[in-house]
Design a protein around this ligand. Structure first.
Ligand SMILES: [Zn+2]
Length: 367
């Protein structure tokens, strides 16, 4: 195939060589100047340097090889110059192209960066850890247990006898299909963290000092202050000569550690099946300092947790596996508090559902 850009020489003299090669150099520069994009650069390479149909190949065939012997040297020298020109034009285009790529990938360091979200403890986890660490500082260790419990651990050994009305205070979610099992083996979702008291005592003779943080379940309708799933921290202290004044001193210290040294506590008689005597603990209102406000219903006090001296019948259950829990020789106290309630007070939250909604606008405030 003859290429029209390459005329045949009519005369093999210097002037003819100069004008022929000058025309080709001009053409090569013009082609290179018009290049745009990677595909065009490749087309340029094929047009000029292609092994089969490239212009240089054809020039070599038709001008160089066909030249008479005396013309081979001047044609060859000009051919070499042209070839180097084409190669350098191609190289320049390739470099320019990669520069374009780099420019496209370049990062503008003056723009604001992509901000990563800061990880943070959930307010419930944070409050739970705060409560736990107050008692850890008093020498308490942390006890854990299953959320799916047996009737025995959740109720019976905590001195809720079968069919006793005390069970009605904790509306319970039970696992279906358990009717054929003995009552005490039937499974339910634990309604309090108290079963871990018994599980710990069965494994470990006195003295015991544990706090039990964990999730509990009750068949309660959700409203502003109730949720069917919530968290408790329970505590148990058993040793010789543990008295009610130990209980008062421990909880008074804990409330001051959690809410500030100005907080006062007071104890009212109450009832829990697993403690005798039992008490409700109130703290002086942290919002008004005890003067009376909307949050404390103008009483100046807020009820926060339950407690009491461990009932001897609970120790009797523990003594079945650990005889050292003889109610005549040892004594102890237990207490329990709702983590959500404390977190709501500490952070001024009025809707318990906000803890579980996963709303980043809410959670972001704790980052
Ligand atoms: Zn108040």
């Amino acid at each position: 195939m003859m290429n029209e850009e390459i005329p045949n020489f009519t005369a093999f003299d210097e002037a003819a060589f100069d004008s022929a090669f000058a025309a080709l150099e001009k053409q090569a520069r013009a082609d290179a100047a018009a290049l745009n994009g990677e595909a065009a650069v490749e087309a340029f390479r094929l047009k000029w340097l292609g092994r089969k149909q490239g212009l240089l190949k054809e020039i070599s065939e038709r001008w160089l090889k066909a030249a008479p012997p005396e013309a081979k040297k001047p044609v060859g020298a000009r051919f070499k110059v042209l070839k180097e020109l084409v190669e350098s034009l191609l190289l320049a285009e390739v470099l320019l192209d990669s520069e374009h790529d780099l420019a496209a990938e370049a990062i503008d360091i003056t723009l604001p960066g992509t901000r990563r979200l800061t990880g943070a403890e959930h307010p419930i986890t944070r409050t739970l850890n705060e409560i736990t660490s107050v008692f850890a500082a008093l020498g308490y260790s942390v006890g854990v247990g299953p959320e799916v419990e047996t009737d025995f651990y959740n109720f019976e050994c905590m001195n809720f006898p079968p069919d006793h009305p005390a069970r009605d205070t904790q509306d319970t979610l039970v696992v279906a299909g358990q009717d054929r099992r003995p009552r005490r083996d039937r499974l339910l979702l634990r309604t309090h963290t108290s079963p871990v008291q018994m599980r710990t005592m069965e494994l470990q003779p006195p003295p015991v000092r544990i706090v039990i943080p964990g999730k509990v379940h009750r068949n309660d309708a959700a409203d502003a202050t109730h949720s069917p799933i919530f968290h408790q921290v329970e505590g148990l202290c058993v040793d010789t000569n543990i008295t009610f004044s130990d209980l008062k001193g421990t909880l008074d210290h804990a409330m001051k550690a959690l809410f500030g040294p100005a907080v006062k506590t007071r104890f009212f008689p109450s009832f829990f099946p697993f403690t005798e005597p039992s008490a409700d603990v109130q703290i002086s209102c942290i919002f008004c300092g005890g003067k009376g406000c909307r949050k404390c219903k103008n009483s100046g006090w807020i009820e926060l947790l339950g407690c009491g001296m461990v009932d001897p019948s609970v120790f009797a259950f523990a003594a079945e596996k650990q005889p050292a829990y003889d109610p005549k020789k040892i004594s102890g106290f237990a207490f329990g508090m709702g983590v959500e309630r404390i977190a709501m007070m500490k952070y001024g939250i009025s809707e318990i559902g906000q803890f579980y909604a996963g709303d980043m606008r809410f959670l972001g405030q704790f980052a």
